[in-house]
Design a protein around this ligand. Structure first.
Ligand code: ZN
Length: 300
């Protein structure tokens, strides 16, 4: 008789199993809370939902709060970024982020620009994705700690054009720069509008400019997994999003994964019926696989 010693190999990693139905259920749960602009009733309910969900799965939940003047009234509005830390003792960390507020009005809706904006894709999709990924993160074989950060005030905007966007990510980035924590972020990934039933994620030019290695490693991972919704061709538009502050102010090389080809954008039609759990899970598989192979020099 002889013994076969199995060496630890890539096959020993826990299988990544994300559940598209459960992911879609999270997206529906969030939308059932109603519109979720900064400091609204829906937003408060969402904060409670996230706290309960992530705490139950072993994440460490904290809030980063600040006040900002209301763009119309000038009165202070309390903003809350939600931070969920996994393996909080790790000094080298990867940032996964999205915005979780919704635009106050669907101002691109031709027939009802003051109607109800649910933000299923533009708001709930990233949150639902991270809620689903949270089932896998505690057992994931990664060298790095992971922080999921949900930015408030991405679009606390009451006019169709202009206005100050990205309040939460800007504050987060300034704090990171001005009060450096005991840990550092190696790199980051921002997701936005990744729930579209017809998902296509292309290379975004600001991500290529500020975080080329992160970008390449994400698209290489998608290719290896055969996830063809990631198309390594340039997007038509340059995207201004929460990743700009992270790259420029915090100097965390951060990629924006976004599908901007979405006819329901900023309309009353941005509802769960436009989204799919399959799309969410495809992005989730890329991110989880990528987290286990983040190249050490990715941030340099
Ligand atoms: Zn938006």
């Amino acid at each position: 008789m002889f013994l076969v010693t199995r060496l630890a190999s890539a096959d020993d990693k826990p299988a990544i199993s994300l559940d598209p139905q459960r992911a879609f259920g999270y997206l529906e749960d969030i939308c059932k809370l109603g519109p979720r602009p900064s400091a609204s009733v829906g937003m408060t309910k969402q904060q409670e939902l996230l706290d309960t969900h992530f705490t139950k799965l072993g994440g460490q939940v904290s809030l980063q709060e600040f006040d900002t003047p209301h763009p119309q009234k000038g009165t202070p509005v309390r903003m809350k970024n939600v931070i969920v830390s996994w393996h909080p003792q790790a000094k080298e960390r990867v940032l996964l982020c999205c915005h979780y507020d919704t635009r106050p009005f669907p101002d691109r809706d031709k027939s009802n620009p003051q109607g109800i904006f649910l933000g299923a894709n533009d708001g709930a999709s990233g949150v639902a994705l991270y809620m689903e990924m949270a089932h896998m993160i505690p057992t994931l074989k990664t060298t790095y700690g992971v922080d999921m950060v949900f930015f408030d005030g991405e679009e606390f905007i009451f006019q169709r054009d202009g206005g100050k966007y990205f309040l939460g990510s800007e504050y987060f980035s300034e704090q990171y720069r001005d009060r450096p924590p005991q840990y550092r972020y190696l790199c980051g990934v921002l997701v936005d509008m990744i729930g579209d039933k017809k998902l296509t994620i292309r290379r975004e030019s600001n991500s290529l400019k500020y975080a080329p290695k992160v970008n390449r490693s994400l698209f290489d991972t998608a290719k290896r997994l055969g996830i063809t919704e990631f198309v390594p061709l340039p997007m038509k538009q340059e995207i201004n999003d929460d990743h700009i502050s992270l790259n420029v102010i915090a100097r965390i090389p951060t990629v924006d994964l976004i599908d901007f080809d979405y006819p329901a954008w900023h309309t009353t039609k941005d509802t769960p019926s436009q989204c799919s759990g399959a799309s969410l899970v495809k992005v989730g598989r890329v991110l989880l696989e990528w987290l286990q192979h983040v190249p050490e020099d990715v941030g340099r």
